[in-house]
Ligand binder design. Structure first.
Ligand code: XMP
Length: 505
């Protein structure tokens, strides 16, 4: 490459989001009308440029479902056994669908207790009943269960209470319109689809029609299922993990390490890209923080590059290891390589306020990954905790002691920090901290404010869409005094705004 990184030390300046502002510009943009669609990877687009972090206090199935419904995507963390992580992916993929081609079913001789467990695990209200040859023999829903005493669940079989007469079914190739008509005409909620041999070939549910209307911006695959990503490592059983996630229907695998330039991580990316079994899955690689790091990832074959070494709100990499690049500069440098090779770029970590999203995009990112800003949402894993009358949720770094050496539990994420060989807690070198963030309520309110802030950015800059924001957006560097001026000052805040909780340094 013709690009030369630093020849001499101290020459290059590293800037953070707080070091700059965007210049206002002539505009005819109406904030509510802007188009925030963007490329997540080479082949996947989404309506909102946001990902939720692969962290055990941020993204499991519930968060991933909410993220995809609201036009972004969630990355299921990997501090779980292979089976549990694949199961989380499965829950997202089954949560809604145009047509479920491989529906969950139950056999007629299952007990109602078995059925109840299945319905609870997958948040479904009923199931088609099939015999051993997959022939549809009935359907069982809430309606059939309504007058059954739960004390009898162990003794009763599905065949005792299921609906078996006058089943409403459709052909396997039914159109969306015809399916909707049948559901409405017969006032039923589930329509099993039957192939030429009388076998169950799919399922269409009313819930999915309602969800499509409710969440028009949802990030979905060709079959109308929500998209989901999942983190993997590069050591030990990483290949088995990748295979299990792919079989569960994952759309994107994120090779998730604290240093994406590690040879083992690059080898893992090359291996996945070379295997045709993974052809339908996009690969994100990370994290890197330089032009050369991004180029190495792209040469290994990634479909998007994730940028960020140490900007995260729970990260201590920069102080523990003395390594990192201030995030605005990291995004700018990495995205130069991404643009050269037409590969999307994700800015991961260090977003404090909605205004930072626009800054990341102008610096060259196509989307942003958020940890701390989403950890307080209802959908993030973990319970709310009450402290001094205020509600909080736990948020911790994946390189924190708690995540790398959990008491009485196995950690699956130590290799993110290249410490998989460390076996005792006192030998772990943490690169993150554990803490709590204020409880923020459901994700859709939080994202509304965050993406709403981006709409305002686009209005001020005069950009109707993200590519226009990237070309029209111009930075001005600011001083510490200007930063103080930018935040509320000379006032005692008496009420928190939904999108501003104070000056966090
Ligand atoms: P924010 O600022 O959104 O950052 O809370 C989330 C991102 O931080 C990264 N991450 C870590 N980095 N030590 C680190 O150096 C850690 O323990 C740690 N845990 C998460 C990760 O990229 C995440 O998306």
């Amino acid at each position: 490459s013709t690009y030369k990184p630093l020849a001499t030390p101290f020459q290059q300046l590293g800037l953070a989001y707080d070091d700059v502002l965007l210049l206002p510009n002539e505009t005819d943009v109406i904030p509510s009308e802007v188009d925030t669609s963007t490329r997540l990877t080479r082949e996947i687009t989404m309506k909102s440029p946001v990902l939720s972090s692969a962290m055990d206090t941020v993204t499991e199935a519930q968060m991933a479902i909410a993220m995809a419904r609201n036009g972004g995507i969630g990355v299921i963390h990997r501090n779980l056994s292979i089976e549990d992580q694949a199961n989380q992916v499965d829950i997202v993929k089954r949560s809604e669908s145009g047509m479920i081609s491989d529906p969950l079913t139950v056999q007629p001789d299952a007990t109602l207790t078995d059925l109840d467990k299945l319905c609870a695990a997958y948040h479904v209200s009923g199931l088609p009943v099939v015999d051993k040859d997959d022939h549809l023999v009935g359907i069982i829903t809430n309606r059939d269960m309504r007058f059954v005493n739960p004390d009898d669940y162990d003794s009763l079989r599905v065949s005792d209470v299921m609906t078996k007469e006058n089943l409403i079914t459709g052909p396997a190739d039914i159109s969306k319109e015809d399916a909707h008509r049948l559901l409405a005409q017969h006032k039923v909620e589930k329509l099993p689809l039957i192939d030429g041999n009388g076998k169950l070939a799919g399922l269409i549910t009313v819930k999915d029609f309602v969800k499509t209307e409710q969440y028009p911006d949802a990030t979905k695959d060709e079959q109308g299922r929500l998209r989901v990503a999942a983190g993997i490592g590069f050591l030990g059983d990483a290949w088995q993990r990748a295979t299990a996630l792919m079989e569960a229907g994952v759309d994107v695998l994120v090779v998730d390490t604290a240093n994406g330039e590690a040879r083992l991580a690059l080898d893992m990316i090359r291996r996945i890209k070379a295997d045709h079994a993974f052809d339908g899955v996009q690969i994100i690689g990370g994290n890197i923080a330089t032009y050369n790091g991004a180029k190495a990832m792209i040469e290994a074959g990634v479909d998007a590059v994730k940028v960020g070494v140490g900007p995260g709100s729970i990260c201590t990499t920069r102080v523990v290891a003395g390594v990192g690049v201030p995030q605005l500069t990291a995004v700018y440098e990495a995205s130069r390589a991404c643009k050269e090779f037409d590969v999307p770029c994700i800015a991961d970590g260090g977003i404090h306020y909605s205004g930072d999203i626009g800054k990341a995009l102008v610096a060259g990112a196509d989307s942003v990954m958020l940890g701390g800003l989403l950890a307080g949402c209802e959908e993030a894993p973990g319970e709310k905790v009450l402290l001094h009358g205020k509600q909080y949720k736990i948020y911790r770094g994946m390189g924190s002691l708690g995540a790398m050496a959990p008491r009485g539990k196995k950690s699956y994420s130590k290799d993110r920090y290249f410490q998989a060989d460390v076996t005792t807690a006192d030998k772990v070198v943490p690169e993150g901290v554990e803490g709590q963030v204020p409880y923020r309520g459901p994700l859709n309110y939080v994202l509304y404010e965050l993406v709403g802030g981006l709409h305002q950015t686009m209005f001020y800059v005069g950009a109707h869409n993200i590519p226009e924001l990237q070309t029209k957006g111009k930075f001005i560097r600011i001083t510490d005094a200007a930063l103080r001026e930018s935040h509320p000052h000379d006032i005692v805040m008496t009420k928190e705004a939904p999108n501003y909780t104070g000056f966090h340094s």
